[in-house]
Design a protein around this ligand. Structure first.
Ligand SMILES: [Mg+2]
Length: 294
């Protein structure tokens, strides 16, 4: 994906205050070819986006628009010494107040709608986050803003500057190109996208909070279950079973026989017999406890 500079045509690249359908009248504005070359050299694709409501008003036809664009491309290429300095020309021939029926309507390509920019981005796989628009009218700036790209307004008119809300203002095309070249490495977050991001961040935070709550609840349940288990285990241990009874009896027998063994300490044979019985009883009681535990 490459970045692009979207270019308004009339009074941005060429001088034109009226309807221009005659290619022989095309005149590039001062400094335009050199500035376009500097943008191309910096890696920008160049795309013209122009409203041509003159078609809908019956002043000229689409073939005339194409001829004007061929002438612009020719003059620019001759001056820059490059081929296809300008990558593509998009134009909107529609106008809601036209006289030619087939062109008389509103259209998503007509600036201030962002249709041409969006279409070019899809056709040419352009990176809009790194792209710019240069134009001389508030509707150019508006189209750029709606497409979420940075905008440079060429004007010296304070009223236009106030109405357009452009990111940057330049006195002429050369200055607008130099602004783009200086700004191209700056990180740009369009306002609309910034609002979407913050909504997304808020949603993420809510999810995180919910997850944290769910995590705490799971831990609480696990602790309760463990406590229950320990309690029932303790209860189980408190219960008396026949084997425990046997084990207890054997311990008593062991103690008793051990006492006899010590009482017969003088008689070694008796001591050995009672002593062996005591050890055996003790061992049996241990075995009984082990079996009971299982
Ligand atoms: Mg213009």
């Amino acid at each position: 994906m490459q970045p692009a500079v979207f270019l308004d045509r009339d009074n941005t690249l060429i001088a034109n205050d009226g309807d221009l359908g005659d290619a022989s009248l095309v005149r590039l504005l001062d400094g335009v070819p050199a500035a376009l070359k500097s943008l191309r050299d910096a890696g920008f694709r160049l795309v013209v986006v122009t409203n041509q409501g003159g078609v809908a008003r019956g002043r000229y036809g689409e073939a005339d628009v194409d001829a004007v664009h061929r002438r612009i491309a020719e003059l620019v290429d001759a001056a820059t010494g490059m081929e296809r300095t300008i990558d593509r020309f998009y134009y909107c021939p529609f106008h809601p107040e036209g006289v030619v029926a087939e062109y008389t309507r509103e259209h998503p390509w007509r600036k201030p709608q962002p249709g041409m920019i969006v279409q070019a981005a899809a056709d040419m796989q352009l990176d809009l986050a790194k792209s710019f628009l240069i134009g001389d009218a508030p509707r150019d700036v508006e189209a750029g803003r709606r497409a979420g790209i940075r905008t440079v307004l060429i004007t010296r008119d304070a009223d236009r500057i106030a109405r357009a809300h452009a990111d940057f203002v330049a006195a002429d095309f050369a200055e607008s190109a130099s602004i783009v070249l200086h700004q191209r490495h700056e990180v740009f977050v369009p306002q609309e996208i910034a609002r979407t991001e913050s909504r997304h961040t808020a949603a993420t935070r809510r999810v995180r909070l919910r997850t944290r709550d769910e995590g705490a609840e799971r831990i609480r349940k696990a602790v309760l279950e463990l406590t229950d288990e320990l309690r029932s285990d303790r209860n189980r241990r408190r219960e008396s079973t026949p084997l425990r009874f046997v084990a207890t009896a054997l311990v008593l027998v062991s103690l008793l026989t051990a006492t006899f063994a010590f009482l017969n300490l003088a008689d070694l044979l008796s001591f050995a017999r009672w002593g062996s019985a005591a050890v055996l009883a003790l061992l049996l009681s241990i075995v009984a406890l082990l079996v009971d535990r299982r």
